[in-house]
Ligand binder design. Structure first.
Ligand SMILES: Nc1ncnc2c1ncn2[C@@H]1O[C@H](COP(=O)(O)OP(=O)(O)O)[C@@H](O)[C@H]1O
Ligand SMILES: [Mg+2]
Length: 382
């Protein structure tokens, strides 16, 4: 497959001005005081995206995700390196980028189209579809500056997907607006994938990356620390988050908990649908620690089947080796392989102290003929 985006060793630095004199009077007295420092937001980032690929970019706040997308879209110029694009690109960047506040929604749609090289006639043809998708028909002649962030995103998303770009770039915006509209956007993104277009997606939602992306890139303080299969990249991202969280959680850091293995006394991870399974989670702690045990079950395609309540399973780990028995009751799952992630979180259930992604995989055997993920008992009356 040909590449549609090539990011060739780009770096981006911002000048940051430190002013020692804060008040207006002080500044007037010392007009040239303060120092300018170069802050490196992206450092030698390299990757390419092939036609038809959907790639997620994850990283903590300030890791450089938006800066990278802005460089790709041409909103920012990289300090060094080169970006090559093939095909048309439509971008949904952070709020504020894109539309002109003084213009109405309608005029912005035409302006945006013109920027992408669309004639008025061509925009006429897709205008109704855009307004339809956005569901903000009654505000289409209102100046965009009066839009709520939700309305803004609705219109921006509708335009970006309706102009049929070869490459769609989305920064976070899927987090804005209600869940129903978010789902509508995700469905539209999936349709895009089916059409063989390329998508670059920045989101905070790891579950979204898991379910949409073929591949994920992880940024950490402007450095690309992973680029590969989604589950592997997310594992690396989680480990880094964990290291950061541990740095803030002294007891958790000192405990230095390591999840060694997940075993099952029966020796098999094969389970009949409707039956339960017992797992033993073997871990070791350098110091005693009190927190909560947590687990997740995912399908192989990355759909979250269940995530346990992070506050409902308190555990007191002793120094040295520990074993936590996990009894999962009747699993109403259909045929398939399911991955289990396990971890220890703090007492409030807000900080991950130790985590093991794909700690075990179970094979659920189901002999019925239903398809999907869960078994739903049903009967009909006539
Ligand atoms: N215009 C700018 N001037 C100075 N610093 C900036 C500018 N834009 C972004 N930064 C800094 O660059 C870093 C990366 O920001 P950003 O790309 O927005 O991160 P992310 O989208 O991953 O949260 C942050 O530390 C941010 O403060
Ligand atoms: Mg950002």
């Amino acid at each position: 497959m040909a590449n549609v985006i090539e990011v060739d060793n780009i770096s981006k630095s911002f000048k940051i001005h430190h002013d020692r004199h804060q008040t207006l009077k002080e500044r007037l007295l010392h007009p040239k005081s303060g120092t300018t420092e170069l802050f490196s937001a992206l450092n030698n980032v390299n990757f390419s995206i092939a036609e038809g690929e959907t790639v997620g970019i994850v990283g903590h706040n300030g890791s450089g995700k938006s800066t990278l997308l802005k460089c790709i879209c041409g909103v920012l110029q990289p300090s060094s390196g080169e970006i090559r694009l093939r095909g048309s690109l439509a971008a949904l960047l952070e709020l504020g980028a894109g539309f002109q506040g003084e213009l109405s929604g309608r005029d912005n749609v035409y302006l945006y189209g013109a920027m992408l090289g669309f004639s008025r006639k061509m925009v006429d043809r897709i205008f109704d579809e855009i307004v339809d998708f956005s569901e903000i028909e009654q505000f289409i002649d209102t100046q965009v500056k009066f839009y709520s962030s939700g309305m803004y995103v609705r219109l921006a998303f509708a335009v970006a997907v309706s102009v049929s770009p070869d490459i769609l770039v989305v920064d976070e915006v899927l987090a804005v607006g209600d869940e129903r509209f978010q789902q509508k956007c995700i469905d539209r993104i999936k349709k895009f994938q089916e059409e063989g277009r390329s998508i670059l997606l920045v989101t905070h939602n790891a579950d979204q990356v898991r379910s949409i992306c073929d591949r994920a890139i992880v940024l950490d303080s402007g450095l690309m620390i992973a680029d590969g299969q989604t589950s592997e990249s997310l594992r690396i991202f989680r480990e880094h988050q964990l290291a950061d969280a541990q740095a803030n959680d002294v007891a958790g850091t000192q405990a230095n908990i390591n999840i060694d293995s997940v075993t099952t006394p029966s020796g098999t991870f094969e389970v009949r649908s409707g039956a339960g399974i017992h797992l033993d989670v073997n871990l070791s702690a350098e110091h005693a620690y009190s927190g909560n045990f947590m687990f997740e079950i995912f399908t192989r395609t990355g759909l979250l089947v269940s995530r346990s309540d992070p506050q409902s399973s308190p555990v007191n780990l002793k120094q040295g080796p520990n074993r936590i028995g996990l009894d999962i009751g009747a699993l109403p799952l259909l045929d398939g392989i399911y991955d289990i992630n396990v971890g220890i979180v703090d007492q409030r259930g807000s900080t991950v102290i130790a985590w093991k992604e794909q700690a075990a995989s179970m094979q659920v055997v189901y002999e019925g003929r239903e398809s999907g993920i869960v078994e739903i008992s049903s009967s009909i009356e006539q």
